[in-house]
Design a protein around this ligand. Structure first.
Ligand SMILES: [Zn+2]
Length: 55
C-alpha cells in the first residue's frame, strides 16, 4: 500500500490515474490515460485497417 507512484507500462511516465491494460496488449502493469486511449484506438481500429490496406 506504500507504493502510490507507479509508472506506465508503455511510456514509463508516472501515472496520475492508472488504467488496466488488456492481456492481449502484452503490456506489463497499468497504463497512463494517454497510452490507454491510444491502445484502445489501436485495438479497435488496427485489425480492420491492416486487413484492408494489405489487400
Ligand atoms: Zn503511458
Amino acid at each position: 500500500m506504500a507504493k502510490t507512484s507507479s509508472k506506465c507500462g508503455a511510456c514509463g511516465n508516472e501515472m496520475t490515474f492508472r488504467y488496466r491494460s488488456m492481456p492481449e496488449w502484452n503490456i506489463e502493469g497499468d497504463l497512463c490515460g494517454a497510452c490507454y486511449s491510444q491502445k484502445l484506438t489501436e485495438h479497435y481500429i488496427a485489425p480492420d485497417r491492416r486487413d484492408v490496406t494489405k489487400r
